[in-house]
Design a binder for this molecule. Structure first.
Ligand code: TYM
Length: 340
């Protein structure tokens, strides 16, 4: 089914399960802002609190993290008038469509998800049922809006393929062309930002080592200290990206620079070839502080007005429901639920 039949609509989500990292910002949020500004799409962004509780969340931390994430979205440039910004649990249609998709998706599909295997680990018997069903709810997040485009980082690619499979199976099983086959949008220099301590590991909020990541709440001092201490190698920067293939830490810093400066990674090498890391890290640190410190300052300012954040989330949820409710009603009808 060609997605041109559907209104061009962007949906993406971030879990409020801890602080935002530079990986979330460059891989997702900054690109959400670009899509908001590009025009041509309706943009819908969600704090996926129902996904967060698939692993244990302290209730008061979850509330604080949801509000902080909302402040992060706004500080990064999401305008709650231009985009619809809300938290998932205030729009019950996500969980309702998620149930239908639990009955469409197959156990085997879920069991093949690498994030399930990584997160459940050897202790799958003890993982929550919600963690296993996580990707079906994610498909519902997207498809309850008939979203056509989903900007995400590289680590979400497999979940989006599953979303497409769920949409196709639903359409096929019921003989309809109801759900779009949504396009993943995984673009730019920073679709996989790596740990500052190990260039083969993803930068993650769950890494126990704080020095492995830049948090969006870090101040200028913390940002520059972490970049200065980032793992690198003794060789100068080469003139071509090919020569960075075996130097993952170096490649990561080049990608971060490129994404922050909004230039191609090769252009970073053109500017810095021959430089030693001591020097390049100073340039990267100046750039990172210039781009990120204003966001953390603005987040802190917004966090002082909790009522305003809650108001924005409530209003966003109302607008989201206006789109989601009729789509859910049609899906229920297609499946055979009596609506009286
Ligand atoms: P989450 O909360 O883990 O991450 C949010 C977004 O940040 C991206 N990301 C990264 N990008 C580049 N480098 C990194 N190191 C890095 N770490 C995280 C993620 O790819 C993601 O785009 N399952 C999703 C949340 C979700 C969702 C959705 C996304 C729920 N429903 C519907 C899109 C559409 C997740 O756990 O993201």
């Amino acid at each position: 089914m060609a997605d041109t039949e559907f209104t061009p609509r962007v949906f993406s989500g971030i879990q409020p399960s801890g602080g935002l990292t530079l990986g979330n910002y460059l891989g997702a949020m900054k690109r959400f802002v670009d899509m908001q500004e590009a025009g041509g799409f309706q943009t819908i962004y969600c704090m996926v609190d129902l996904h967060a509780i698939t692993v244990w969340q302290n209730p008061s931390d979850l509330k604080k993290n949801t509000r902080e994430l909302c402040a992060g979205f706004i500080a990064a440039g999401i305008d709650p008038e231009k985009s619809i910004l809300f938290n998932q649990s205030q729009v019950p249609e996500h969980a309702q469509l998620g149930w239908l998709f639990n009955c469409v998706a197959r156990m085997g599909w879920m069991g093949r998800m690498t994030q399930w295997k990584d997160k459940a680990g050897k202790n799958a018997e003890n993982a929550s049922l919600g963690l296993f069903a996580y990707p079906a709810l994610m498909a519902a997040d997207i498809l309850v809006y008939h979203a056509t485009h989903v900007p995400v980082g590289e680590d979400q690619k497999q979940h989006l393929e599953l979303t497409r499979d769920i949409a196709a199976k639903f359409n096929h099983d019921f003989g309809v062309e109801f759900f779009p086959i949504a396009e993943p949008v995984i673009e730019g220099a920073a679709t996989r930002v790596m740990s500052l301590k190990d260039g083969t590991k993803k930068m993650s909020k769950s890494d126990p080592a704080d020095a492995s990541r830049i948090n969006m709440t870090d101040d200028a001092d913390a940002i520059s200290k972490k970049i200065r201490k980032a793992k690198t190698d003794p060789d100068p920067l080469p003139d071509s990206l090919k020569e960075l293939d075996a130097r993952p830490e170096a490649r990561n810093l080049i990608n971060i620079y490129a994404a922050l400066a909004e230039i191609e990674p090769q252009a970073v090498l053109d500017q810095h070839q021959g430089a030693l890391f001591g020097h390049f890290k100073m340039a990267l640190s100046d750039l990172a502080v210039a781009k990120l410190a204003p966001i953390s300052t603005e987040m802190a300012r917004l966090m002082q007005d909790q009522a305003e954040i809650d108001h924005i989330l409530g209003r966003g949820a109302e607008r989201a429901r206006e789109i989601a409710a009729p789509i859910l009603a049609q899906a229920y009808d297609i499946v055979g639920m009596v609506r009286s």
